[in-house]
Design a protein around this ligand. Structure first.
Ligand code: PHE
Length: 386
């Protein structure tokens, strides 16, 4: 049934809203029925003719009769409707003209008739939907920046599962069953695994190192990979600990890889990431899967290595001028034994590996004093990286 302008008795906001919604829906329907110039003229006159067009009618039936206190709001509504009707009438003309032009092009080029979908059911005068633009989380941002540094050196990115077996997380990394080195990793185990052989029992990986073995099983040497990922440890949350955190692992294997390659690569990577003035320092350490092993420090990029900020002590480096950044070392030959059949004969190849905490680096880089802030999802905090 064709739309007729109702008389208004109720001038409340809700009633005005309902009346204009009805009008817009009729406008939309009639606009999509316009297929040619003749249709369009009828459509235009029905809505816009001075004498008795819909716009004139709402002026008479809605605005003129509105009680004093509703005049203002009704006036604003009527103006809005006027704008939309005018826009819609113009659009309907554009649309049938465009369709005709496209049909013509198709015809003169001998193409099949094109099916042109009516687009005039879209009300272009409505405001669009505003979607807030997201931003990279500071830990993801830091991870990506570090990964990028290694990609520029020819490293590829590898990934692996967060729920891991005892075999990949420990055994193949030269942590024998019951070895005390396992205790340093405060592992979260998946419940109900006792019926399985120990090496098949599931746990949450405590480091990204299991992806070293997983990748070496799949790819023959030479190999250069970086492994970003989530890891878990049974640490109670505090300002510097979280049971879930992020690491970036690296592994390079080839013939004749030396400790010199490890130092040169990591020193270069730190200068790329923190700036060319940082220095690196390597101190002996222990990991079951590297021998020799080291912890690498960088000169404090906050105080420049002096240990002081003006007259205050530098807190991030605890006044030492050095910050511990990662663990590293030469891949232990015992690790290669587990993937020997895929070309990793420990007598023929050598390699180095390293692993760093992405969250810790992000904390230092952005001067954030509580790691929990990274994982609470408070938009007021995260917005600072937008
Ligand atoms: N996986 C070790 C850790 O989480 C870090 C590491 C990686 C050390 C690679 C040496 C080589 O503590």
């Amino acid at each position: 049934m064709a739309y007729t302008v109702p008389t208004l008795t109720d001038y409340s906001t809700a009633a005005l809203e309902r009346a204009s919604a009805e009008l817009f829906s009729a406008l939309g329907e009639e606009a999509s029925a316009v297929k040619n110039e003749a249709d369009w003229k009828v459509f235009r006159d029905r809505w816009m003719a001075r004498k008795n067009g819909v716009l004139t009618q709402i002026n008479d039936l809605w605005l003129k009769t509105a009680p004093k206190e509703a005049k203002r709001e009704t006036g604003a509504r009527v103006n809005e409707i006027k704008g939309k009707v005018e826009a819609r009438v113009m659009l309907a003309k554009d649309h049938y003209e465009n369709v005709a032009a496209l049909r013509n092009v198709a015809k003169t080029r001998g193409l099949y008739p094109v099916d042109i979908r009516p687009s005039d059911s879209v009300d272009i005068s409505l405001p669009g939907i505003r979607r807030p633009i997201g931003a990279e989380h500071p830990v993801v941002k830091t991870t990506n920046e570090i990964v990028r540094v290694f990609q520029k050196l020819g490293y590829s990115v590898a990934e692996g599962p967060v729920v891991e077996t005892d075999y990949y997380n420990f055994e193949s990394l030269n942590f024998p069953p019951n070895h005390p080195a396992r205790d340093t990793q405060d592992t979260l185990f998946i419940a109900g695994q006792q019926a399985k052989a120990q090496r098949e029992r599931l746990l949450l990986r405590t480091h990204t190192s299991p992806v070293q073995i997983r990748t070496m099983e799949k790819m023959r040497p030479p190999l250069r990979i970086v492994i970003p990922g989530t890891v878990h440890r049974n640490d109670p949350p505090d300002a510097s600990h979280s049971p879930m955190f992020h690491q970036i692992e690296g592994l390079a294997v080839d013939t004749n890889i030396t400790f010199g390659d490890l130092k040169g690569t990591l020193d270069h990577a730190m200068k790329e990431f923190f700036g060319s003035s940082v220095k690196t320092s390597f101190r002996p350490s222990f990991f079951p899967f590297t021998e020799p092993s080291a912890e690498m420090y960088v000169s404090c990029f906050i105080c420049g290595g002096s240990g002081r900020r003006g007259s205050d002590p530098c807190r991030p480096c605890k006044q030492t001028g050095w910050i511990e950044i990662l663990g590293c070392g030469m891949v232990d030959p015992n690790v290669f034994e587990f993937v020997k059949d895929n070309g990793y004969d420990p007598r023929k190849v050598s390699g180095f590996a390293f692993g760093m905490g992405a969250d810790r680096i992000a904390l230092l880089k952005y001067g954030v004093d509580d790691i929990q802030l990274f994982f609470q999802g408070d938009v007021r905090f995260l917005r600072q990286w937008a």
